[in-house]
Design a binder for this molecule. Structure first.
Ligand SMILES: C[S@@+](CC[C@H](N)C(=O)[O-])C[C@H]1O[C@@H](n2cnc3c(N)ncnc32)[C@H](O)[C@@H]1O
Length: 275
């Protein structure tokens, strides 16, 4: 069954890119992530995927798969330590983490995204015992009241915080720590030069650059505490540090070379914080 024509714009459309890239990774002989749900979703969504089939986009397929894999590993570790936890995945897009991982029975998992994205997600997947989708902006007031309060909670924000403005990030994190009391936050952050480049591209090349700019960069652990002093940095990893897992020899060489330069190596980092 297909979804019917899909025509998303703005920040909602970015999850079609990450979905498509995970599907491409899954078709590699030795995929980094191997997300077969992504390939299946791409086959079912009536969208002009050829618009994404450009080297400037597809060369990122393994970087995005490495990012997702790091989130999967940290999520699996947290769920082993807290088999009765609540998981709140913000900006879920069409991510299939809830199906990819082997979840303990007591887990309650909430996937959250903007209404148009959740409407599409509902055409592919259903709510189930222990699993619910929520259609809301994470910056709206009130939506957290629908969720069970109390920790431990795992908050996953993959590909989200950079699209928000810093005061929105700080407000969101404060509302999360107030609501749940204890848990972990996993998120990815771009370097300041990356955010600045997207802002300039949007300003001067807006006719060609169709994606939203990044507003929040993450310089390092000090930013996390500045956003919310209740958060304690536990770990961070440069996504590209794992370039030797990339199966495509030309891309592997490209990333290996790039990794000699700190500004390139730290393009995208994944962070784990506790509260
Ligand atoms: C780059 S995609 C990442 C999607 C998914 N995490 C993944 O890795 O495939 C960014 C996602 O953030 C969502 N998003 C952006 N701003 C949001 C907001 N204020 N509230 C909820 N979701 C938001 C978009 O709709 C989109 O699905």
């Amino acid at each position: 069954m297909t979804t019917g024509k899909v025509d998303l714009t703005g920040v909602e459309s970015t999850m079609l890119v990450t979905l498509y890239l995970r599907a491409l990774d899954s078709r590699a002989e030795r995929p980094v992530l191997g997300d077969r749900f992504a390939a299946d979703a791409v086959a079912r969504i009536d969208y002009d995927w050829a618009t994404l089939d450009k080297p400037a986009i597809t060369r990122n397929r393994f970087m995005l798969a490495l990012r997702a894999r790091q989130f999967d590993d940290w999520t699996a570790g947290f769920l082993r330590r807290h088999p009765d936890a609540t998981v709140l995945q913000l900006a879920c897009g069409l991510d299939s983490r809830v199906f990819r991982l082997d979840l303990p029975e007591g887990i309650r998992w909430f996937d959250v995204d903007l209404p148009d994205v959740i409407a599409l997600r509902r055409r592919l997947y259903d709510d189930a015992e222990g699993y619910r989708m929520l259609a809301t902006s994470v910056t709206d007031e009130g939506w957290l009241d629908e969720l069970p309060s109390g920790g431990p909670v795992l908050v996953i924000a993959e590909g989200l915080l950079m699209y928000l403005h810093e005061p929105e990030v700080a407000r969101l994190l404060r509302r999360l720590t107030d609501r749940f009391g204890s848990g972990e936050l996993l998120f990815d952050g771009v370097a300041p030069w990356v955010a600045r480049t997207t802002q300039l591209a949007k300003k001067y090349l807006g006719r060609w650059y169709h994606y939203p700019a990044y507003w929040t960069a993450t310089r390092g652990p000090a930013d996390i505490v500045r956003w919310n002093p209740r958060l304690r940095h536990r770990d961070d990893v440069a996504v590209l540090a794992e370039y030797d897992r990339i199966p495509d020899p030309a891309l592997r060489r490209f990333y290996r070379f790039g990794n000699r330069f700190a500004w390139f190596a730290n393009y995208l980092r994944v962070f784990r914080a506790e509260f």
